[in-house]
Write a protein that binds this ligand. Structure first.
Ligand code: NAD
Length: 385
């Protein structure tokens, strides 16, 4: 049974799917571990460390991909410089575990099915207690929430903490976090540690206690509709609820030095929470960090991947933030993927068991079929367009 770790070819991707410490555990388990030459370099995990862990370094990507039983990756596979697609390097019957973005790019599922690959998408791991150690969306969102606050603090022309000095007293920065899911809660905790006064808002009332337990004030908006969907995710809300929330949050946005937005609705474009009018009312020098930039942004002014200044307000739309902390991002991701593959290994043999709810939920393709209904629907919608 051979586990292979590919080197990421996406230029911005610095993470690696397995780190030496965790590779050592797989080797101890009696599994063969192959790592592509230089795979961990951009995350500061050197080939020599993988070798010391008992892994074999493979220089030729075609050999690594083509002889893997389970291939581990971070970013979705893509076309290589030589014109061959990474998926075409995989052998039929092998397993691919990676972020695949199958709802955003359902064509990938078709390619994987044609190649007869069993593909497990890290985005589709269910949000259940048993699957917590495999939940890569959470592990990576938490890194993003932390980094967003550091970016905001660096861009703000002010201190975050309250300071009493001989030269006078500095008032603490006011930080408003919109969306209190995994990233939002980590942002609250980080901003509090830096000494800011923090308020947070979410349409799911269930997060109120979590927000308060982190020392932030919860901004409550009473809505007359159900806002929570299955799995604890948010639902898309009606136009009238959107208006109602905007009325309440405008005042908080206006008073904030920093606004960090993290609101997302799975499978949908990110909701606009901060309008142009709201930005225009903010104090000059204020900062917005929009963590939903990749999904279109929560702020109407966001330009994904760019920092812009509008009406004196700096609006930052970072993309792929977890990759900017590749050491811990890789460590956590490696734990996520290796917990998942334990479900696929029985007596050192590959066994894909669809009676397991996690395997069944995460599996996009198997034996030439697209198994996930939402992905099939997304493909069909593409074909109709
Ligand atoms: P997410 O990234 O999809 O969304 C981030 C936040 O945005 C959510 O809290 C959501 O309620 C909020 N949001 C959506 N629309 C909004 C709007 N119009 N205005 C304000 N806020 C809005 O979510 P996530 O952070 O990945 O996770 C969401 C929830 O999933 C968690 O808080 C938790 O309840 C659940 N979860 C469970 C587990 C588990 O049980 N293992 C693991 C992770 C997450």
């Amino acid at each position: 049974m051979r586990i292979a770790v590919a080197k990421e070819i996406e230029v911005w991707e610095r993470r690696v799917a397995l780190i030496p410490d965790i590779a050592a555990r797989l080797v101890k388990q009696g599994l063969e571990v192959w790592v592509e030459k230089g795979a961990g370099e951009r995350a500061f995990f050197l080939d020599s460390a993988y070798e010391a862990a008992g892994a074999k370094i493979i220089s030729d990507p075609a050999t690594l991909w083509g002889e893997a039983d389970i291939l581990l990756k971070v970013s979705p596979p893509q076309e290589r410089e030589d014109g061959r697609h990474e998926i075409d390097l995989l052998q039929a019957g092998s397993v691919l575990v990676s972020f695949l973005n199958p709802l955003g790019n359902p064509v990938i599922a078709e390619q994987l099915a044609n190649r007869q690959v069993t593909a497990l998408s890290m985005e589709l791991i269910p949000r259940t207690t048993r699957a917590q150690s495999m939940d890569a969306l959470s592990s990576q969102a938490s890194l993003a929430g932390y980094k967003a606050v550091l970016i905001a603090a660096a861009a703000l022309p002010k201190y975050f903490p309250m300071l009493t000095t001989a030269a006078g007293t500095i008032a603490p920065a006011k930080v408003f976090i919109m969306g209190a899911g995994v990233a939002g809660l980590q942002a609250i905790a980080t901003a509090r540690r830096l000494g800011a006064v923090v308020e947070a808002f979410d349409i799911r009332p269930a997060v109120k206690e979590e927000v308060q337990s982190l020392g932030a004030k919860f901004v409550e908006v009473k809505l007359e509709e159900e806002t929570t969907a299955a799995g604890g995710y948010a639902k898309e809300i009606s136009e009238s609820s959107k208006q109602r929330t905007q009325e309440v949050v405008t005042e908080h946005v206006k008073n904030a030095d920093v606004v960090i937005t993290t609101a997302q609705v799975p499978g949908k474009k990110a909701p606009i929470l901060v309008t142009e009018e709201m930005v225009a009312q903010m104090k000059p020098g204020s900062v917005i960090v929009d963590l939903a930039a990749e999904q279109g942004g929560n702020c109407a002014c966001t330009d994904p991947g760019k920092d812009i200044v509008w009406h004196g307000v700096t609006i930052i739309g970072p993309i792929n933030l977890p990759t900017s902390m590749p050491v811990h991002a890789s460590q956590l991701y490696a734990k996520n993927v290796t917990s998942l593959i334990q479900l696929l290994i029985k007596d050192k043999e590959l066994q894909v068991n669809f009676d397991d709810d996690i395997v069944s939920a995460a599996c996009v393709t198997h034996a030439g079929e697209i198994r996930n209904q939402r992905v099939q629907d997304a493909l069909q919608a593409l074909a109709i367009r």
